[in-house]
Design a binder for this molecule. Structure first.
Ligand SMILES: NC(=O)c1ccc[n+]([C@@H]2O[C@H](COP(=O)([O-])OP(=O)(O)OC[C@H]3O[C@@H](n4cnc5c(N)ncnc54)[C@H](O)[C@@H]3O)[C@@H](O)[C@H]2O)c1
Length: 216
């Protein structure tokens, strides 16, 4: 594929998971090929945007044929790294940590395997969430190293998050899925993906109230 030879804009990368999701639905419905026009109608983006985005990867479409759904799904999956092992841990096994561990689709649809949750609360240590154990935080360093874990979800109180993130990186974590509402300052070779539901909710209320005020 050679996509690593060329840098792909972050705007395109951000759109890829959505292509992947739509293609997954087409695949599940036994649809084997689709034109950029049909895909554009379903996804509500322009056909030229789709062609441009997919051309970044050598263009998987053929004139007059459209896109082979299986191929495109596989190739985008590879670009997103879903063909690799993506084992992860969850740090903080409270409401949100357990909700993430309970969400089957990460594993079943995308292959992200939650290997363990970690917490400091003795009441939680030892329980299982969908078959995954909550372990004592003191076991985390050796667990990360033994299982070569590269991804950690941070679902612990925000005042604990920066220090925890630093330790995780020292122990080999390369990607932090950060749910704690605080910015993390980490070395450049570490990827942080922030997920802040409240921020998206604020965008929603901004839009609602601005529409109301402008009378749309
Ligand atoms: N990003 C979002 O959209 C979103 C949504 C909800 C909650 N949150 C954030 O996620 C975090 C967790 O929220 P919650 O509702 O699950 O809280 P919670 O209190 O239910 O869970 C937090 C867990 O972290 C554990 N913990 C505390 N210190 C720890 C440490 N040093 N090491 C390991 N575990 C530790 C606690 O024992 C607890 O089980 C909070 O920071 C909250 O603000 C984010």
């Amino acid at each position: 594929m050679g996509n690593s030879e060329k840098s792909i804009s972050s705007a395109v990368i951000k759109r890829l998971p959505r292509y992947f999701r739509y293609l997954g639905v087409l695949k599940a419905n036994n649809i084997t090929r689709i034109s950029s026009k049909e895909l554009s109608e379903q996804m509500m983006v322009t056909a030229s945007q789709i062609r441009q985005d997919l051309n970044n990867f050598g263009g998987f479409g053929q004139q007059g044929y459209g896109y082979n759904v299986d191929n495109l799904y596989t190739e985008i999956g590879k670009i997103l790294g879903l063909d690799k092992r993506n084992d992860m841990i969850i740090v903080g096994a409270g409401n949100l940590g357990q909700a993430l561990a309970n969400y089957q689709s990460f594993n079943e649809d995308y292959g992200y395997k939650v290997m363990a949750l970690f917490d400091v609360n003795p009441k939680l240590i030892g329980i299982s969430v969908r078959g995954v154990k909550v372990l004592d935080i003191d076991e985390m360093e050796s667990f990360i190293k033994a299982h070569d874990i590269k991804i950690a979800a941070l679902t612990l109180p925000k005042d604990q998050a920066p220090e925890m993130a630093k330790r995780l990186v020292e122990w080999g974590i390369k990607g932090i899925w950060n749910f704690a509402p605080i910015d993390l300052h980490l070395p450049e070779d570490v990827t942080v993906e922030n997920v802040h539901l409240a921020e998206s909710l604020m965008t929603l209320t901004y839009n609602i109230h601005n529409r109301e005020e402008s009378g749309d």
